[in-house]
Design a protein around this ligand. Structure first.
Ligand code: DAH
Length: 350
């Protein structure tokens, strides 16, 4: 019996080699695999089934022979696609460099966010990420924006159906609340992420956008600390000659509040403070200044809402829009470009 089986194994091997030689498009390769390795009717399986007919003493040797055939077929099939790609007779130059795979790159928004994170990390901040679905209480009320406050209308809000108390956060500021409720000062965090507002998309609006929030709370924190931090950040991010301008502003969760502009890095950034802006500047449109963020001293009521005694502690906060940075720093003229996944744009930054 074993001799007969050996003969059949040899035959199977020969016909496999023959068929493989003649082949092999991917489809015929698959068919060949099925014919030899198919679970039920594959030739190898049928041979294995025949082992039962062997005498017990012969079975191990016979089994080994079939398994060798199986390994041979598997290996040959695995190597076949490469052979198929190099038809006999075609001359190949193995020293040629391989064709390059297109490599992906970071999206501009992600790249800016990471750069901002890096700078704040160097300044000793920690990164704290918060949820995009947020309690209305944290998004508004604890930030000193009570119900019916006009600021709630300005940030036209997505509510969650069936969950009256939940919103898609309209800014990253609620992360201030989350963090202060769970940690005691000193606190030094930034919180990057998405925010959402019911805005119709246009050149400067998108219903989903990105912000980075920063919060520092400790004993004796003053406005000068905010100024110094912002100067350090802006010089690092926009350039060493940047000049900052603080304009009085209003945010319910900071007091006093300031809107911060930087001197236009294109027409004034590299000159002294007195330099006059270029009236035709495409970046600042001739004003010489670029609005980049909102900031201020954390409102005592916000500290109190989060269980921190404003008599003992003070802090500053700031929030900046990443899309705004993309427009200001990289001259992206229309924010929608950032969401269309057009490689002609993305490729310039990735
Ligand atoms: N949350 C504000 C917005 O989305 C931005 C902001 C302003 C954040 C002042 C702050 C701040 O932390 O102090 O318009």
């Amino acid at each position: 019996m074993i001799d007969e089986l050996r003969k059949e194994i040899e035959e199977a091997r020969r016909s496999f080699v023959h068929e493989l030689e003649g082949v092999p498009s991917p489809e015929t390769l698959a068919a060949l695999r099925e014919r030899f390795l198919g679970r039920k009717k594959g030739r190898v399986s049928l041979l294995l089934a025949r082992l039962r007919e062997c005498a017990a003493a012969e079975r191990p040797l016979a089994g080994q022979a079939v398994n060798e055939l199986k390994a041979f077929v598997e290996e040959a099939l695995a190597a076949a696609p490469a052979r198929a790609a190099a038809p006999a007779g075609e001359w190949r130059d193995p020293s040629l460099p391989p064709s390059r795979l297109p490599a992906g790159g970071e999206h501009l928004i992600a790249a800016i966010q990471r750069r901002i994170e890096d700078i704040f990390l160097q300044l000793g901040y920690e990164i704290a990420r918060g949820p995009e679905v947020e309690l209305e209480d944290y998004n508004f009320t604890k930030l000193n924006i009570p119900a019916h406050h006009p600021a709630r209308d300005e940030q036209d809000t997505f509510f969650l159906e069936g969950h009256d108390e939940m919103v898609l956060r309209t800014h990253t500021s609620p992360m201030q609340v989350r963090y202060m409720l769970e940690h005691r000062p000193p606190l030094k965090i930034i919180s990057p992420g998405k925010a959402f507002r019911k805005d119709d998309p246009d050149a400067t609006h998108s219903p989903c956008f990105h912000q980075v929030e920063a919060l520092l709370v400790d004993r004796g924190v003053r406005f000068s600390h905010l100024k110094g931090t912002l100067e350090a950040f802006c010089r690092s991010f926009y350039g060493p000659d940047i000049v900052l301008r603080f304009r009085p502003g209003y945010f319910p969760f900071t007091e006093p509040s300031a809107e911060v502009d930087i001197s236009c890095f294109l027409c004034r950034g590299r000159q002294d403070r007195a330099a006059t802006p270029d009236p035709a500047c495409r970046v600042c449109k001739g004003s010489g200044w670029l609005e980049i963020l909102g900031s201020g001293m954390v409102h005592p009521q916000v500290l109190r809402n989060c269980g921190i005694d404003p008599e003992e502690y003070s802090g500053f906060a700031l929030g900046m829009g990443i899309e705004r940075v993309a427009m200001v720093k990289y001259g992206v003229p229309d924010l929608r470009l950032l969401y269309e996944n057009d490689l002609r744009l993305l490729g310039q930054f990735g």
